[in-house]
Each structure stands twice: as structure tokens, then as C-alpha cells.
Write a protein that binds this ligand. Structure first.
Ligand code: ADP
Ligand code: MG
Length: 400
């Protein structure tokens, strides 16, 4: 093992004695902006109950040190004299201290609330040591999206989508927005055709009393006043006296819905369905990431380059903003998503070596259903966008 990693695992075990008492750290499996995630063996897992013993105190247990290869036989196993204990693995998410206590609490509470769905990683337990917190989740074997998205036929990818939308239906029924739906937060095992949604670090409850945004459709007059308030007449104001708009924009670039980019103050669970659409678009076009802009303005241009200026202008007006651009590649007439995928898969700039993946989507008998589903997820007006519940009833997913 890399000596630096050995040192990291060791220092982790030193600062979290309770964790080290119970879990044998094996490797590091992920590193994000907000956490490091380790794979470990749960030494207190009772294979006979087929569950984790959540309440057992680590007191009196043998201290485990790094690299310890203990394979203890539980008392019950000893009594009945059966074979070796079945191992159970967990993912230990060490949340960086740079996350605010409120954020950490929010993630743990939401994980706990959502624990009862097979498509969501349940929280087993959590530990705190001074300002550090770790969350313990079951370990899920999964494949890297980039390793399979070019190979998988559309028929198989339907299982990915169904599993993801099932998880989101559960999240949304609880009135929660995940906010960061993307392949690294959905752990999918193509062999089992199952995935689990993880990372509720940015998730939040849908507001029951959202701040005012023109999209809430309050009186016509209000609507018009708000738009003209934000509309600079005859060019952009130099010293714009209007207060800036602040809205939750948390998420990952390339996966943010238009209303998030437009700083809507009334964001709903539909923002996650846009991200589902981005994943499907990336799968169908065999391009990942599909959108890659560095900031929100560029992200709007990317979206406008597909859907066309009039549609994006109307969407901006819905949220009380104005969209205009003189970039010549932003069309007046938008493209269909079939046209976009065709351009991405068969376009002139596609590397010749990729020809084996070119016809995958073309040949699929389900592709019309997939495009209909995709168009309903990537609807720029969130009010018309498909919900998770409706998506599960869509013919593209309903049959499996
Ligand atoms: P972050 O907030 O840092 O993005 P995540 O919860 O998304 O943290 O975890 C980061 C990575 O760790 C994931 O992309 C995944 O590869 C891995 N991971 C997280 N939870 C699990 C789990 N329960 N089982 C297996 N791997 C996991
Ligand atoms: Mg993540």
C-alpha cells in the first residue's frame, strides 16, 4: 500500500478510536470536495442476524490496529460450531472539518430519514471525535460510470435509470431535493443491475414557504413589475442599484437545472430530474461530461445552444430574468435531442477509433421511447418537466 495512504489510515484510526475498535480499515475508495471515503470491514457484524448491530458498545472489545487480519468467530458461531464468519464491509465517510456543523447534521438527518429505500444507502451509525464526524454506510460494490457507459446497450441502461429514478421518487416523496445527482453519487453495479444513491451533503428539504420568485405565478402585475425591475433598458446598467439575487446554487457544474442557474428562489425536486436527463443525454451521446462550462453564464449558453434563444428567453422570464446573447452559434430554432445525439455520436469531430460505439443508440428499438423520456427530463420549464413518479410510469421505464 502507498506509504502516504498507510499514514493517512493510521492517523484516522488514531483520532477515531471507537471506529478503529470496530472497523478494520482496508482502503480509500473516494475523495471528494467534502469528504474522504474508506472501505472497511465491520468486525461486529452478526452474519446470523443478517444485520449490523447498531447499539453494541465498543468497550471491552479487542483494539484492532491497522492491517490487522483478525477473522474472529462470534460466540454464537462457536456455540453451534459452524464455519468461518461471513465478512461484511462498510464505507466510512469522513466528513472534512471545513463543512459546517449544520451541514453535517443536515446530511446525517436526511440520510437517517431516507434509510428505508433499497436504492438509497442507509446510515448505519455515525461517530464524532472533537470536530470530526464520520458516517458509516454499507459498502456497495459498483463500477465507475466511465468504464461502462460506452459499452452498455440502451436496454441495459434502462435498469440504471429505473434504479436512479426509484431512489429519487423516495427522496422526493419525503419533500427532499438531492441537489447533486450525477454518476459519482449513484453507485451502480451493472452485473446486479442495481444502484444506490449516496451523498446527501447538499440535499435540503423543499421549502414549504419558498421565497418569492415570479415562477410562482403570483398576480400578473407583480410578474410584470418584477421582470421590468430586472430588465436593463437599452443595454446593461453600469452601476446597477438593484440588489443582487441570492439563491441556493449548490450542485455540480454541468448538472444544474436552468432554474438553479437563473437563481430561482422557489427550487423544487424537479431540479434532480434535470440532472437525470443530463446523465441520460451523456449516455445516449456517449460523451461524459456532456456539459462542461466553468460558470453559470457559460452553462446557460450551452443549454441555449441546444434549445435555442426563444425557449431560454422564455424560461428566464419565468424566473424574472432576461436572457440575451449575440453569440452566433446560439440558434433561434432549437435542435431536437435526436439531432444533438446524432451530432455527438456521428459528428465529424468524433475520433475514428470510437466507431464501434457509434451505432449503439441508432440500432436500439427502444430509442424513440428513450428520446421521449429524455425530452421530458430536459424540459427547461420545470413546471412541465416530468416528476420521478411520472417517470416511473413512462413506457421507457415501466416495462422493467
Ligand atoms: P463527497 O461528498 O465527498 O462527494 P460521497 O458520499 O459522494 O462524498 O462519496 C465519495 C465517493 O466515495 C463516491 O463517489 C463513491 O465512489 C465512494 N462511496 C461513497 N459511499 C459509498 C458506499 N456506501 N459504498 C461504496 N463506495 C462509496
Ligand atoms: Mg459525492
Amino acid at each position: 500500500m502507498d506509504p502516504q495512504l498507510v499514514e493517512e489510515l493510521d492517523s484516522f484510526a488514531r483520532s477515531f478510536k471507537d471506529v478503529a475498535n470496530r472497523f478494520r480499515l482496508i482502503s480509500k475508495i473516494g475523495e471528494g470536495t467534502f469528504s474522504s471515503v474508506y472501505r472497511a470491514e465491520d468486525m461486529e457484524y452478526d452474519a446470523f442476524d443478517n444485520s449490523w448491530d447498531l447499539d453494541r458498545s465498543p468497550e471491552g472489545k479487542r483494539r484492532l490496529s491497522m492491517g490487522d487480519t483478525l477473522s474472529p468467530i462470534s460466540k454464537r458461531q462457536k456455540k453451534v460450531g459452524v464455519g468461518p464468519r461471513r465478512k461484511k464491509y462498510v464505507a466510512i465517510k469522513r466528513i472534512y472539518v471545513t463543512s459546517s456543523p449544520q451541514r453535517i447534521l443536515n446530511e446525517l438527518v436526511l440520510l437517517h430519514t431516507l434509510s428505508r429505500c433499497d436504492s438509497i444507502a442507509p446510515l448505519i451509525t455515525a461517530f464524532r471525535s472533537q470536530d470530526q464526524v464520520v458516517a458509516i454506510l454499507p459498502y456497495y460494490k459498483h463500477a465507475d460510470y466511465r468504464a461502462f457507459y460506452r459499452q452498455l446497450p440502451l436496454m441495459e441502461f434502462k435498469y440504471y435509470m429505473k434504479s436512479l429514478v426509484t431512489a429519487l421518487e423516495h427522496v422526493h416523496l419525503h419533500g427532499i431535493l438531492h441537489r447533486d445527482v450525477k454518476p459519482t453519487n449513484f453507485l451502480y453495479d451493472p452485473e446486479k443491475r442495481r444502484g444506490v444513491l449516496v451523498d446527501f451533503g447538499l440535499a435540503e428539504r423543499e421549502s414549504v414557504d419558498p421565497s418569492y420568485c415570479t415562477c410562482r405565478g403570483y398576480g400578473e402585475n407583480n410578474h410584470i413589475r418584477h421582470i421590468t425591475d430586472r430588465q436593463p433598458i437599452g443595454g446593461y446598467l453600469k452601476n446597477d442599484p438593484r440588489p443582487g439575487r441570492r439563491a441556493n446554487r449548490a450542485g455540480t457544474r454541468g448538472f444544474r437545472a436552468p432554474e438553479v442557474l437563473l437563481k430561482c428562489l422557489n427550487q423544487t425536486t424537479k431540479i434532480d430530474m434535470w440532472s437525470v436527463g443530463v446523465i441520460l443525454l451523456s449516455f445516449m451521446s456517449k460523451r461524459f461530461p456532456f456539459f462542461n462550462s466553468a460558470d453559470d453564464i457559460d452553462a446557460m449558453i450551452e443549454i441555449a445552444s441546444i434549445f435555442g434563444k426563444p425557449k431560454i428567453s422564455a424560461c428566464s422570464r419565468l424566473h424574472g430574468s432576461m436572457f440575451d446573447t449575440n453569440i452566433p452559434t446560439v440558434p433561434d430554432r432549437g435542435f431536437t435531442l435526436e439531432e444533438i445525439v446524432d451530432w455527438a455520436v456521428n459528428g465529424t469531430d468524433v475520433d475514428e477509433t470510437e466507431s464501434s460505439t457509434r451505432s449503439l443508440v441508432d440500432e436500439d428499438p427502444e430509442k424513440d421511447l428513450a428520446f421521449d423520456f429524455l425530452t421530458k427530463c430536459l424540459e427547461v420549464d420545470f413546471r412541465k418537466r416530468i416528476s420521478a413518479q411520472e417517470a416511473l410510469r413512462h413506457q421507457f421505464l415501466a416495462g422493467i
